[in-house]
Design a protein around this ligand. Sequence first.
Ligand code: 5AD
Ligand code: SF4
Length: 432
Amino acid sequence: MGKKLYIETLGCAMNVRDSEHIIAELNTRENYELTENISEADLILINTCSVREKPVHKLFSEIGHFNRVKKPDAKIGVCGCTASHLGEEIIKRAPYVSFVLGARNVSKITEVIHKPGAVEVDIDYDESTYAFSDYRSSLYKAYINISIGCDKQCTFCIVPATRGEEISIPPDLILKEVKKAVEGGAKEIFLLGQNVNNYGRRFSSYDKRIDFTDLLKMVSEVEGVERIRFTSPHPLHMDEEFLKEFAENPKICKSMHMPLQSGSSRILKMMKRGYTKEWFLDRAYKLREMVPQVRISTDIIVGFPSETEEDFEETLDVVEKVGFEQIFSFKYSPRPMTPASEFEDQIPQQIASERLSRLQQMHNDMLDELSKNEIGKIHEVLFEELKPGGYVAGRSDNNQIVKVKGSEELLGKILKVKITDAKRLSLEGELL
Ligand code: 5AD
Ligand code: SF4
């Protein structure tokens, strides 16, 4: 009889893909069936994120719960970024954990499940040319990694310490995955990396020159690819060629993530982001000019060490000027192994919380205005999911969630929809 796997995935899209890789690799050797019920699982995995402190705290109460409800002989494995960051400390604190597998060691899953007490967290391990087996959690959308690790030294970020230095995956391997995904029915290719538009700076076994713009062209030429998305680009590397390709290639979806982090040039410098407020605004204006229908999303951190009221107002100023359609906003969280955690003048929680709610309130008001303008617009939607009440939902080209009345036959199709109702986070419409 096959065994059962329970896997919980926290964090970013890289982690979602890593979990898919883990499932695929396990299935090359042993036959696992996914379950949502912890108490019937033979293997319980948690793929962790360590970008902020809270989920790391929650990890131990969560695995403690797994340990109480699991079958007596079931194994628990901790994977991902917190595994890289805490390593063997996890097993010291929670001896019932069978193994710890870092974010850069995913391909070793089939080894560690048979090595009680294994801790595989080498951040120099080169997985960039490892050909993973395939497993996809979505039928129509295929996540594909284009690089591992991150070379930026943003002073707030733990990722370079959990995922190691940046190495690009050779284009032939990426294109092979794209072809395989399309043959399997995928319509949308979602390219992933910590810093996608820095692609091609370093390979471990490829010596031709290629950058992200070239890669986008190559992927879009693969027969059967209908849509391309990617995350995350870095504002610093948004050069003219990249913006031109983004604007002119009809297969590239018109939504762009531009992580701002702060609108104050002084804070940006302390964060080592490599751009100023003016540069960011220039890129955003240029993007809006070249692609009028684009939706821009961003990440913002409030309460970075020494952030003053004036610095914070610079952030609000950029939010207003760019008019981001989506904002992921966070209170600064000091992380181990990062320079900013040692900066003087850490901001009291209360001030950071107050800034966060001001930012979110301002953005909600902007969204109410924006959503009113959606009524009557026409979007192309890739339908991916059945929803309660006889609805089918998907994403528009510019990354809004859209639902229409309908059933299975819409799944996997890209269809035109006219918007009839608009909420802050989702739209409803009818098929044209
Ligand atoms: N504190 C708060 N937010 C952080 N992020 C990264 N590191 C931290 C931190 N130490 C946010 C950034 C990044 C997103 C993935 O998480 O905004 O873009
Ligand atoms: Fe993703 Fe960063 Fe979280 Fe790791 S720490 S899972 S790279 S968001």
